[in-house]
Design a binder for this molecule. Structure first.
Ligand SMILES: Cc1cc2nc3c(=O)[nH]c(=O)nc-3n(C[C@H](O)[C@H](O)[C@H](O)COP(=O)(O)OP(=O)(O)OC[C@H]3O[C@@H](n4cnc5c(N)ncnc54)[C@H](O)[C@@H]3O)c2cc1C
Length: 411
């Protein structure tokens, strides 16, 4: 992962205050399609900055980023043992409080509702119907003032399990073809035990410096996963207004009467909450969302994973309305005939206008062109279809035009 790629895809973040990594960007320098180097900031060009803040590689090549940083702190991590159904109840309570506060235009109550899941994460062990909710509390102290309650730093292996370790970076060349091992294929319950044992180290309660407090995939885990248990990772971002309702629906699909769906999962899923962002292509454009990351351990071996497919379709369906993460899998299988005007109704055509300005000859169209035709923009004016560029102004998509859906998909 590069910092340019992470920002281009609205990657990372688990906060109702700080958004994704893109929200920390102050200035972006990029090489454009015409070969020039340009710099964008919120002050110099708010429209193009909102486009470049999450660009999915469609606008140019980011070569330099200026970002805000926050000093390390001491952070306490706590854990609750739940089931998906109980977590869905908690999220529904947040969802309802948020909706009521918004309807009442009560900003303080909105903040309170958001704070109830600020930095909350959950590891959902699907096969076992176990969910660990993890919350973080800032102690407003320097890390040096707080002793970690356990210190594994003498043992490099344990250290790499307990948090990021810059000294242990493995080569990640993988041998094709990637296949799930036989034990994994035949024995989901066994792997449920293996994964829950492995994941315990990520969630044990305690007080840590910031960088170790938050969950992150370590080098050791990545190496084990890529060699022993390769997977494809997909992530969806669900509006907070329906997040609890969505989880209840997923609970029905996975654990409802007669369902065998949980048997098709091995790796734990990760749930996190991210505040709304102004960037046109941020999955949280328009308001806060709950992200759910699920992993498919089977399809890489050439066998379709039916249960996984059912769950991903539920997340992408009407009850959840999940937007796909730009930097993960699922394209084009779960976004075939992607209709940006439906998925990003308030911002898709603003981004299209930025493309018209910065890349009029579609040099950066890339794989999005042939695999999903994702980069498609249509406009109407007074109900009549008009050339898209006639609706673009210096500040984005003209309010006199309507950002129209693709028609080729509905045929
Ligand atoms: C093991 C693993 C764990 C992950 N964990 C998380 C996670 O916890 N949270 C999360 O949100 N995501 C996660 N991801 C997704 C991943 O972090 C992002 O997809 C990644 O950061 C993209 O960076 P990259 O450099 O690999 O970009 P690439 O995969 O090379 O590119 C991704 C997109 O960004 C564009 N891009 C890349 N570099 C630039 C640039 N310099 N300028 C403009 N556009 C550019 C590309 O054109 C492409 O569209 C994970 C991915 C993996 C493989």
């Amino acid at each position: 992962q590069t910092i340019g790629g992470a920002v281009a895809t609205a990657t990372h973040g688990s906060s109702m205050r700080y958004g994704s990594l893109s929200s920390q960007v102050v200035e972006i320098a990029a090489v454009l399609a015409n070969g020039t180097l340009a710099t964008f900031s919120a002050a110099s060009d708010p429209h193009l900055f909102k486009a470049f803040g999450v660009s999915a590689g469609r606008l140019g090549i980011i070569v330099k980023l200026k970002m805000t940083i926050i000093p390390q702190q001491a952070i306490s991590r706590s854990k609750q043992d739940l089931t998906l159904a109980r977590f869905a109840d908690q999220v529904t309570a947040t969802q309802e409080a948020y909706k009521a506060a918004k309807a009442a235009k009560d900003n303080l109550a909105v903040q309170k509702a958001l704070f109830s899941v600020h930095e909350t994460q959950a590891l959902w062990l699907v096969e076992r119907d176990t969910l660990w909710r993890v919350d973080y509390q800032h102690l407003f102290k320097e890390p040096e003032e707080v002793l970690e309650n356990l210190n594994f730093s003498m043992d490099p292996t344990m250290h790499s399990f307990s948090g990021p370790n810059d000294q242990t970076v493995f080569a990640q060349a993988t041998k094709a073809p990637l296949r799930a091992n036989a034990a994994m294929t035949t024995n989901p319950a066994y792997w449920g035990v293996v994964y829950s044992a492995g994941a315990q180290t990520y969630v044990r309660p305690g007080t840590f410096e910031t960088r170790k407090a938050y969950m992150s995939v370590t080098e050791a885990t990545t190496r084990i996963s890529t060699t022993l248990a390769p997977y494809i990772q997909m992530e969806v971002a669900i509006p907070l207004e329906i997040a609890g309702t969505c989880l209840k629906e997923v609970n029905k699909v996975v654990y409802g009467r007669g369902s065998q769906v949980s048997r098709d999962f091995r790796n734990p899923a990760l749930i996190r909450f991210v505040s709304g962002e102004p960037f046109y292509l941020s999955p949280t454009h328009g308001g806060p969302r709950m992200y759910v990351n699920i992993e498919d351990w089977l399809t890489l071996s050439g066998t379709p994973n039916k249960g996984y497919d059912q769950v991903l379709k539920t997340f992408r369906g009407p009850k959840c309305q999940g937007r796909l993460h730009w930097g993960k899998g699922g394209w084009p299988e779960y976004a075939s005939c992607f209709d940006g005007a439906t998925e990003y109704p308030d911002s898709w055509c603003h981004f299209g206008c930025a493309v018209q300005t910065l890349d009029p000859y579609a040099k950066f169209e890339g794989v999005g062109a042939d695999r999903t035709a994702v980069w498609t923009w249509n406009a109407t004016r007074n109900g009549t279809v008009v050339p898209f560029d006639t609706c673009c102004t210096d500040t984005g998509f003209s309010p006199e035009c309507t950002c129209a859906s693709r028609t080729d998909c509905h045929a």
